[in-house]
Design a binder for this molecule. Structure first.
Ligand code: NAP
Length: 248
């Protein structure tokens, strides 16, 4: 099950957290994984070293998804050099929290540039490379917050909700080319993004999760692996909730 031998996968934002766990899961199934990062060069190198040690195939490639020309050139170059591109996991994202009345245009722009425009640029370049092969898998990492909204996360929630519209549109646009496009909406996952929560907020979050705990990044990586696999051949335009029952 989920054999990815010979396939090429790009995971954006794979130096840490969910992206890292996803890169490791795809590589464990035999994919040659591009571990993308913008700033964490040493961390990305560590992810690659771990995969290579376990006998997998991986390399770190830097591009800032907010820079669409740089991003699209990098993805085109990867597809050309490796002769194929099978899987894109558009995972890179940031959250800058704050109430609307304190929201600065700069923070809004940054989140739009990375979470939304960046994901679209990655999909555009990747789908171009997948078209000829008439085969591909695109997975967007959205968020439960994109489905429910959240006080203090207006901009972040907007970008994550928008990704669901992107997912459903691209699923329709490229189904005839056998390129499936899906999204996962993680709930609360233990990563650098969520580690800073104050204890009271942490307790309130746990109380709202029927499974009674946050998830480890690998618990999001596994559903992404499924969506990336041949076994998910008839799943497209889907939003796979990975939230411990927080939203059903
Ligand atoms: P994280 O631990 O903060 O990691 C974020 C990753 O994104 C890092 O690898 C970072 O790379 C990369 N990144 C940031 N800006 C980038 C850019 N401009 N270009 C390329 N890479 C960039 O976050 P995470 O919690 O794993 O989150 C991953 C995704 O899951 C995000 O889209 C997030 O919104 C989503 N999500 C997270 C949760 C959660 O509870 N953690 C819940 C729902 C959804 P650098 O090394 O370059 O900084």
């Amino acid at each position: 099950m989920f054999d990815l031998t010979g396939q090429v996968a790009i995971v954006t934002g794979a130096s840490r957290g969910i992206g890292r766990a996803t890169a490791e899961a795809l590589a464990a199934q035999g994919a040659h994984v591009i571990v993308n990062y913008a700033r964490g060069e040493a961390q990305a190198a560590e992810v690659v070293a771990g995969i290579l040690e376990r006998g997998g195939k991986a390399e770190a490639v830097r591009f800032d998804v907010a820079q669409s020309a740089e991003t699209e050139a990098a993805i085109a170059a990867i597809a050309k050099r490796l002769g194929r591109l099978d899987i894109l996991v558009a995972n890179a994202g940031i959250a800058i929290d704050g109430l609307l009345i304190q929201l600065k245009d700069e923070a809004l722009e940054q989140q739009l540039a990375i979470n939304l425009r960046g994901a679209i640029a990655c999909a555009r370049a990747s789908i171009k490379a997948m078209l000829k092969a008439r085969r591909g898998r695109v997975i967007f990492v959205s968020s439960v917050v994109g489905e429910t909204g959240n006080a203090g996360q207006v901009a972040y929630a907007a970008t994550k909700a928008a990704l669901l519209g992107v997912t459903k549109s691209l699923a329709k646009e490229y189904a005839k080319r056998n390129i499936t496009v899906n999204a996962v909406t993680p709930g609360w996952i233990e990563t650098d993004m969520t580690r800073e929560l104050p204890p009271a907020a942490r307790e309130a979050m746990i109380a709202a999760i029927p499974l009674g705990r946050a998830a480890a990044p690998r618990e999001v990586a596994a559903p992404i692996l499924f969506l990336a696999s041949d076994e998910a051949s008839y799943v497209t335009g889907a939003v796979l909730r990975v939230n411990g029952g927080m939203l059903t």
